[in-house]
Design a protein around this ligand. Structure first.
Ligand code: MG
Length: 294
């Protein structure tokens, strides 16, 4: 059964379709009206209040004690973001700055020529059909922070809806797509390791909102004969939520710059013909292993 909770305040009237949301128990006690300032600060971006000790007006304008506040995991990610819990937006001193809003001097096209993408404000944006761009810096094991924004393409569906991609070493794609609101995201949706692993949850924000990827990459290992002994591993945190948990890949994804290789590789951003934007891109190279001392 679908039950709608109508939340009213001086600021907003919103509805929530319970069938689409995970349930969180929040104790509700006491009886008072909702102060507009607190109401505003405690609102999740989609309008579902997260405050205990409040009452809501139902459709008939009765005060109703709400025992369950429901919100989705992607909304939870919003709330975390809004409260500034993301720790990685400021690069550490050891970071290699790949794009800080200034220019594309750290990037080339695949053939080494000047990239065809543009800089607008603090973002770099795909110029459709100008081709992918790759960082001049290359990486083995590393951590990378990327912020991205999908265009609003309400008529488009599936892989045509705000498609781009972040390729670790230019070989392994973390999909960028407008997958907002998809209940069970698949192996082609935003946050997937393309066609290999679906994200654990949908952490997507709506199109036109900036989102974050914090990606930890462990490069594949090879023996002296050049045979791969361990596949590459990827962990992805999107908007503060873990969506890929140390997944070991079977091999490169479609769109790789080359076949499986032990050489360092660049960060690649995909031109899939859509107006996707990126900003605040930086990476930290990681040692291949720690000390063997206690
Ligand atoms: Mg893509």
């Amino acid at each position: 059964m679908v039950r709608k909770i109508v939340v009213k305040s001086q600021l907003a009237v919103r509805t929530c379709d319970e069938s689409h949301y995970y349930k969180r128990e929040i104790a509700v006690s006491g009886q008072r009206s909702v102060g507009s300032k607190k109401w505003e600060s405690e609102f999740s971006p989609t309008g579902i209040a997260l405050i205990p000790n409040t009452y809501f007006l139902d459709k008939k304008a009765n005060f109703v004690k709400i025992k369950k506040i429901v919100f989705s995991l992607h909304q939870f990610a919003h709330a975390q973001h809004a409260k500034g819990k993301l720790m990685t937006q400021t690069p550490p001193e050891s970071a290699v700055i790949l794009f800080d809003g200034t220019d594309l001097s750290n990037w080339t096209s695949l053939d080494g020529s000047e990239p065809g993408w543009q800089v607008e404000g603090d973002a770099m944006l795909v110029v459709p059909r100008s081709g992918d761009v790759i960082s001049k810096e290359t990486f083995t094991d590393h951590f990378v922070h990327v912020e991205f924004r999908c265009p609003d393409m309400p008529e488009a569906t599936g892989q045509a809806k705000g498609n781009s991609g972040v390729f670790l070493q230019g070989r392994y794609e973390v999909q960028v797509l407008d997958s907002y609101g998809i209940e069970v995201p698949g192996m082609g949706d935003c946050g997937s390791i393309y066609n290999q692993f679906a994200p654990l949850v949908n952490a997507c924000k709506p199109p036109l909102e900036w989102q974050t990827y914090d990606i930890t990459f462990r490069a594949p290992r090879f023996n002296d004969a050049g045979e791969m002994t361990e596949g590459p591993r990827i962990t992805v945190i999107q908007n503060g939520l873990v969506i890929i948990n140390n997944a070991q890949l079977a091999g490169t994804t479609g769109g790789s710059i080359d076949s499986e290789a032990s050489t360092p590789g660049p960060l690649k951003l995909q031109d899939h013909g859509n107006d996707v934007r990126y900003r605040n891109i930086w990476a930290v190279s990681l040692p291949l292993e720690g000390s063997d001392q206690y």
